[in-house]
Design a binder for this molecule. Structure first.
Ligand code: SER
Length: 388
């Protein structure tokens, strides 16, 4: 099943159950949201989770692009992407969590043909302040799906303050043999779908107050489930990465992990640029700058003559099309090249700085911090400059 087909099946399944499709937003979070980028489908819906009536009603479904920098160090493994698409559903004070889980189970097993024996779930165990989620536990027990109870892993929040609540996560077995162990003990259990009962708001003093209504907010990682359904060992091998895997290896010879990082970060940078962000030293622009510098650092480690000049316009166009961004690929390529040029200049200065007597011996942590904070030189780049 192609990724687009999976998204369509998901949306239609929930439309048949009374959900109205809302258009996904850009990566820019709504005003007042504490994060730099939209990190999940619920972000643009925060006012409605807090009680404002939504013009399309109480049951919603959508496909939302998201960006997570919390997972940056994990990019290159089998399941993490910086920019990804999240399939989401919402009950705005309408139905409760167990019905959402039951529908989720129906879609995964009957709708998508997943063997129920390959599923595991987790449920909120309660922490003394908030009750255990016994209704979700009962639902999974009735369906015969194994459940692991946790506390921190099953409390979802959007940040230190804001809407939050207990969740139940659905995991799919990705190992070769029969399923073993539990999600917290074996990472071959891959989390695919999170169902949050968005029932509380955390205030700045850490206290929890009930929201005016109990909501359900679910999020399913599209590329993640797609790659598992396609029998691929990583998200980078599902169909949305086909053009990247075809066009990048002939340009630059890279080990698998570096290839994944380069593809992920360049694709993410294109989407961020497509949403109107420009490189900068702070905020969203700094995230973009960091993504590009990480790519260039990997490329130049093996061959400093490599450059983004070589990046085929087809990859930029394919990405902008996938995310429905009405931006000229040539404009994106121009910014990428300007940023590369700026980074090269920075490195030249860095080489000069490193000739200073202070940096002739072994570099201390303090030196590395100074080089990073004052001269913008990332640690691994300094290390490779020293090895030149
Ligand atoms: N907000 C939840 C998550 O990001 C479900 O959408 O996992």
């Amino acid at each position: 099943m192609h990724t687009d087909q999976l998204a369509k099946t998901f949306v239609e399944y929930f439309e048949e159950r009374g959900h109205r499709r809302i258009t996904g937003s850009t990566l820019m979070p709504p005003p007042g949201d504490p994060v730099l980028f939209t990190t999940s489908g619920m972000h643009p819906l925060t006012p409605y989770l807090e009680g404002r009536p939504h013009p399309l009603g109480r049951r919603l479904v959508n496909v939302q692009r998201c960006l997570r920098t919390t997972d940056l160090e994990e990019v290159g493994d089998a399941t993490h992407l910086t920019v990804f698409e999240m399939l989401g559903t919402w009950s705005l004070g309408d139905y409760e969590g167990p019905l959402s889980l039951d529908w989720g189970y129906g879609l995964l097993t009957e709708g998508l043909g997943i063997d129920p024996a390959l599923l595991h779930t987790t449920v909120y165990a309660g922490d003394g302040r908030t009750e255990p989620d016994t209704e979700s536990l009962r639902l999974w027990q009735e369906r015969g799906v194994p459940v692991e109870l946790t506390v921190e892993d099953n409390w979802w929040s959007n940040g230190p303050v804001g809407p939050c609540g207990p969740d139940s996560e659905i995991f799919l077995w990705s190992g070769d043999g029969p399923p073993q162990s539990t999600p917290t003990r074996d990472d071959r259990w891959v989390e695919v779908w999170n169902h949050v009962t968005m029932s509380h708001r955390r205030l700045a003093d850490g206290s929890l107050v009930p929201l005016p209504q109990r909501n359900v907010d679910t999020g399913l990682g599209l590329e993640r489930l797609s790659s598992l359904l396609q029998g691929k060992p990583s998200v980078f091998e599902c169909d949305v990465f086909d053009p990247w895997r075809r066009l990048v290896p002939p340009l630059w010879s890279l080990d698998e992990r570096s290839l994944r990082l380069v593809c992920d970060h360049l694709r993410s940078a294109v989407v961020v640029l497509g949403d109107g962000v420009r490189p900068a030293n702070t905020g969203q622009g700094y995230v973009l700058r960091r993504l590009l510098r990480r790519v260039l650092t990997v490329l130049w480690r093996d061959d400093p003559s490599r450059g983004l000049e070589a990046l085929p316009e087809e990859l930029v166009r394919h990405t902008l099309d996938r995310f429905r961004q009405d931006v000229h690929p040539g404009d994106v390529l121009r910014v990428l090249r300007e940023e590369e040029h700026r980074f090269r200049g920075l490195l030249q200065r860095g080489r000069q700085v490193l000739t200073r007597p202070r940096f002739q011996g072994r570099l201390t942590e303090e030196d590395l911090h100074y080089l990073h904070d004052t001269h913008g030189l990332p640690r691994d780049l300094v290390t490779s400059l020293r090895d030149e």
